[in-house]
Each structure stands twice: as C-alpha cells, then as structure tokens.
Design a protein around this ligand. Structure first.
Ligand code: B1M
Length: 211
C-alpha cells in the first residue's frame, strides 16, 4: 500500500523521483488526491518552511522540495480538474507581482477547474497591468490573486486600484488568498472575498458569483 509518510519525506527532502513514484502508486490504489495533498504534501511544504525559518534549510532545499511537490501535483491536477460538472464561471488567476510562489495558486486553480470554472492562469509574478489586460481579453467573472510574501501583499491593492483606473473593477469580483493574507486585509484593500485554502476558494468563488 502507498506510504503517505514516504511521500511526505520525499517532498520534504526534495526527492522528486520517490515523490512521483509514491504518488503514482497511491493513484493506482485509488487513494483520493485530496488525501495525498492534505495529509502528506502540504504538511511537507509547511515543514520545509519551518526548517527554512530556523535556518536548517536554505533556498536550494526549498526549491528542491517545491520541485518534488510540483511533480506530484502535476499527476494529481487532471484528477482534480475532472471532478467538475457544469461550467459555473470564468476566472483569471495569478500570483501577484514580485512573488514567485505558485504552488498554492496552482492548487487553487486546479480546484476551481475541478469545481467547474473555466480558469485562465496568468502564472506568477503577474503585474497589475497584466491582470487588467486579462480582464479585458477574457471577460472573467472573477479575478483571483495569490500572495505568499508579506512584501508582495500590497501588489494586491495596487492591482485592485489598476482595475478601478481601467474602469473594469465593477465588472468582476476579486478574491484574494495566500498564507499571509487575512480576511481583514482583504476587506481593507477592497477585495470582494478571501479564502484560506483551495477548497474554501471554490466555495467562496461560487458564493461571489451567486451574489
Ligand atoms: Co518561499 N517563503 N521564499 N520559496 N516559501 C515562504 C512563503 C516563507 C513563509 C518561508 C519562511 O520563511 N517560513 C517566507 C515568507 C515570509 C513572509 O513574507 N512572511 C518565504 C521567503 C522569505 C522566500 C524568499 C524571500 C527567500 C529568499 O530568497 N531569501 C523567496 C522569495 C522569492 C519571490 O517570490 N520573489 C522565496 C522563494 C521560494 C522558492 C522559490 C524557493 C519556493 C517557491 C517555489 C514555487 O512556488 N514555485 C519557496 C517555497 C516552496 C516556500 C514555502 C516553503 C512553501 C510555500 C508553498 O508552496 N506551500 C513557504 C513556507 C510555507 O508556506 N510554509 C515559503 C504549499 C502551498 C500549497 O500552500 O502557497 O500557502 P500556500 O497555498 C495555500 C493557501 O495559502 C491558499 O490555498 C493554498 C492551498 O491550500 N491560497 C489561496 C494560496 N493562494 C490563494 C488564493 C486564493 C485563495 C487561497 O484566492 C485567490
């Protein structure tokens, strides 16, 4: 039987090959992708972050852990996406300017796809003007912004301001999230919604579109 602890350790130590092998094994055994994500993968990334904080890990170790996480997530993504039924709305999503963290954003994008949304992923380090251009081009119902660094959180406010200046703010809802973001911060910068994880992001997206 697939060993979730082995997956946890493989991601934590940046052992991409083992992470992929255990993920494949788990999928062959029909283990729910959410179990792998919530019980092994996210905890491993959290532990990598804790090790980084106490200087046991440095950027190279974080990069290796992230690479292993992304390789496993790539196997799960199609399964997360195929859960959806009716298309419920169009979403533009990105990690804000200056911020290269894209694992959480990718997870949110996959879950939204799985929740039946049409998702246009702008990637990471996305400047405000690119969000504005995407709103004009894709005509989404929802703009989603992710930030993992306290220093990049203000780019969310800048982007909302840019949407206002471009005259497109009122045609979209804006949802924000990411580890340092709080509901209070979301309110303060004029976002319409906040979610603290990928599952609640889908729920909140549905609420915002229904409102
Ligand atoms: Co960085 N990093 N990192 N890092 N990194 C953090 C975020 C940090 C907390 C680590 C630490 O010190 N403990 C810290 C930030 C401190 C702060 O600002 N408060 C930090 C730092 C300091 C840095 C650098 C500055 C380090 C340096 O260079 N000295 C640098 C910055 C680079 C940049 O962005 N300009 C940096 C670089 C990197 C790597 C490139 C090495 C790598 C990222 C690789 C990648 O993403 N492609 C990396 C990683 C991996 C991390 C940690 C370890 C893990 C992040 C992650 O992927 N978590 C992280 C520590 C941690 O989080 N424990 C850390 C797993 C992911 C599933 O969770 O992204 O939180 P998360 O997403 C969740 C929720 O937040 C939410 O749902 C997701 C799923 O549940 N969510 C949303 C996210 N977006 C949402 C949007 C929504 C709704 C919910 O609606 C729109």
């Amino acid at each position: 039987m697939a060993d979730l602890n082995k997956l946890y350790q493989a991601i934590l130590t940046g052992d991409q090959k083992t992470a992929v092998a255990v993920t494949e094994e788990a999928l062959a055994e029909k283990i729910d992708p959410q179990v792998l994500i919530n019980q092994a993968m996210i905890p491993a990334m959290n532990e990598a972050g804790a090790k980084f904080e106490c200087e046991e890990y440095f950027v190279p170790e974080l990069l290796l852990a992230a690479r292993a996480m992304k390789a496993s997530l790539a196997l799960l993504r199609p399964l997360l996406a195929e859960r959806g039924a009716e298309p419920v709305g169009r979403v533009v999503i990105g990690t804000v300017k200056g911020d290269l963290h894209d694992i959480g954003k990718n997870l949110v994008a996959s879950m939204l796809e799985g929740g039946g949304f049409e998702v246009h992923d702008l990637g990471a380090d996305v400047p405000a003007e690119k969000f504005v251009a995407a709103v004009r081009e894709k005509n989404p119902h929802l703009v989603c912004m992710s930030a993992l660094l306290t220093v990049t959180m203000p780019a969310m406010r800048t982007t909302i301001q840019a949407l206002k200046e471009a005259g497109v703010r009122d045609q979209v809802k804006v949802m924000v999230g990411g580890a340092p973001v709080t509901p209070d911060y979301a309110r303060e910068i004029g976002a319409d919604g906040y979610a603290d994880n990928a599952s609640s992001a889908v729920k909140k997206a549905r609420e915002l579109l229904a409102a």
